[in-house]
Design a protein around this ligand. Sequence first.
Ligand SMILES: Nc1ncnc2c1ncn2[C@@H]1O[C@H](COP(=O)(O)OP(=O)(O)O)[C@@H](O)[C@H]1O
Ligand SMILES: [Mg+2]
Length: 370
Amino acid sequence: MSAESGAQVDQGVLRAHAEDAFAGELAALAAADERPRPPRWRLSPWAVATYLLGGTLPDGTVISPKYIGPRRIVEVAVTTLATDRALLLLGVPGTAKTWVSEHLAAAVCGDSTLLVQGTAGTPEEAIRYGWNYARLLAHGPSRAAMVAGPVMRAMSRGLVARVEELTRIPADVQDSLITILSEKTLPVPELNDEVQAVRGFNLIATANDRDRGVNELSSALRRRFNTVVLPLPATADAEVEIVSRRVAQLGSGLELPPVAGAEAELRRVVTVFRELRAGLTEDGRTRLKTPSGPLSTAEVISVVTGGLALAAHFGDGVLRSADVAAGILGAVVKDPAADTLVWREYLETAVRPRADWQDFYRACRDADPV
Ligand SMILES: Nc1ncnc2c1ncn2[C@@H]1O[C@H](COP(=O)(O)OP(=O)(O)O)[C@@H](O)[C@H]1O
Ligand SMILES: [Mg+2]
């Protein structure tokens, strides 16, 4: 299997953790890093930022960019983790919140796996601790009968814990984070004891803009976080770069045969998504209706990856409009009633008049089951 840059561990897992996939880069950074490191950090804040944004080390090692966006955002996120405040990454879906949080945890403490997935059903035990009931019944409550959750493990080992989709977690469960983040301790009333966080502990949470209001963060909890908003890519060029990088990485992981001519089709998919997102054509002349779904960069990535797989396995080895058309339709039309109209109107008003888009227009018409 061809390895991603820096990959050292390859056990055939479908998706390696960041600290394994980029172990080579992390080791090179640690070796070159002479700046001061906060307690228990593997790297200095400067080296963590370089890991995320990419760069070239004095010995010539190339660090691939993980996050493409404003440098300042990454600098603020990294320095927050070195303070006593936790980090909240906020943004619309697909702005790399989860991705950035995983890479930050990997670079700071070498472990991105201490993760709580937030849902409406996340119980308090997921954030605090549960019990091994066989032991609890046999011997009564004791430390040995406790099952530590990811946050508790991060506290006792001085690592970074991650909470995904914080605002989806019921408010009373969210509140169990307040004591952890303000007092840096987790009370264990059953044992009349507590678990104290050791130096190095911090927490990264992510939340979607669109969920705001579902379980709005209490102001007490919000004060414990420094909020960093991840923006949508500012320009089409930036978005094309993000998509081509990720598609290349995913493609080599999937061992897809090489496909030619992807650049032009990729740019067209990015244009379609950006126009529909903005409700305006690129030339600023035609207003468009916007679909109900978020149309994120993450979806552009999966449309193009899907198209490449079609072209590689069933096409002539060239990425053609027909390979991406069905994927685009699926991404844009989330609500069949409303979005189908939005999409057809876009095809007729924006796509059809473009002389060099005729193959794309036909492919999209063919993909649309009327
Ligand atoms: N600015 C960006 N830089 C690098 N990758 C990005 C960027 N925006 C989106 N991506 C890619 O989009 C994908 C989805 O991101 P994800 O972290 O799941 O989004 P979120 O958690 O914000 O919904 C990731 O594979 C990531 O590589
Ligand atoms: Mg996410």
